[in-house]
Design a protein around this ligand. Structure first.
Ligand code: NAP
Length: 254
């Protein structure tokens, strides 16, 4: 990993919900490629531990507590980034919640509110705060889900919020933030993280998911980080408004 290219040298990247799982993997990848990374999540202890782990890999890192639906936290995230680094080149909006496994018509109003608040509204509000600091050549990556293409079963309403991110990417935010900032999206397949453990730790369900892929395996945080780093980098400088499905060939869309 230490021998990888340095596409983000001199750049500053904010990754939300990045003290473990996919967000951590993305922060690590961007950092190993030269970015100063700003990591965050709800718990100070998680922020401190993740920052230490990244520093041990030689990465320049700022850790900030940020519950994405807390206005004050979002403001601190941006303010502290600007105070320390003076610029924002990349924002990866990665936070999500899945508070209910009920059918949509059975889902409590409070759960519907939380899904909208964290999975969609907070992503918009983070970008609203960050946008004035994003210069020419900057880029945004939203983390959606394969479930955004086929919202169903116990993940139906969560999936619909991820469908909203596909819409935000194409064309809404991409056109609003053009030409200075590109906006793209990654739709991961299943990755055995804490978030997905209720699904991936069940042997039968895990097997069924693996069978739906063409590559016969679940995804890894590294798979998601590599795709995100590509879209965030200048290698993707003529790509905006796109979603990259990183799901081992799981059916999504043409
Ligand atoms: P994860 O491993 O469970 O990690 C979640 C991270 O988010 C932790 O760092 C957690 O730290 C933080 N977090 C949780 N709620 C937060 C909030 N409200 N505000 C700020 N930080 C918060 O999850 P993951 O699987 O990597 O998921 C990351 C993203 O990938 C999500 O958008 C998810 O929808 C998407 N995704 C995941 C999969 C999958 O199979 N894993 C598939 C498709 C899409 P604290 O507890 O300290 O807050």
């Amino acid at each position: 990993m230490e021998k990888m290219g340095k596409r983000f040298q001199g750049k500053v990247a904010i990754v939300t919900a990045s003290t473990m799982g996919i967000g951590y993997g993305i922060a690590e990848r961007l950092g190993l490629e030269g970015a100063s990374v700003v990591i965050s999540s709800r718990k100070q202890k998680n922020v401190d531990e993740a920052a230490e782990k990244l520093r041990a890999r030689g990465i320049e890192v700022l850790g900030v507590v940020c519950h994405v639906s807390n206005e004050q936290h979002r403001k601190q995230l941006i303010d502290q980034t600007i105070q320390k680094y003076g610029r924002i080149d990349v924002v990866v909006s990665n936070a999500a919640a899945n508070p209910s496994v009920d059918a949509i018509l059975e889902t409590k109003e409070s759960a519907l509110d939380k899904l909208w608040e964290i999975n969609v509204k907070a992503a918009i509000l983070i970008l609203k705060d960050a946008a004035p600091h994003m210069q020419k050549g900057s880029s945004v990556v939203l983390i959606s889900s394969i479930a955004g293409y086929q919202p169903q079963g116990s993940m139906a309403m969560y999936g619909v919020t991820k469908t909203a991110l596909l819409g935000l990417t194409k064309v809404a935010l991409a056109s609003e933030m053009a030409p200075n900032t590109r906006v793209n999206c990654v739709a991961p397949g299943f990755v055995p993280t804490h978030f997905a453990s209720y699904i991936t730790s069940n042997k039968a369900i895990r097997g069924a998911i693996e069978e739906r892929t063409l590559l016969n395996r679940l995804g890894t945080t590294e798979d998601m980080a590599a795709a995100t780093a590509f879209l965030a980098s200048d290698d993707a400088s003529y790509i905006t408004g796109e979603t990259l499905v990183v799901a081992g060939g799981t059916p999504s869309r043409l």
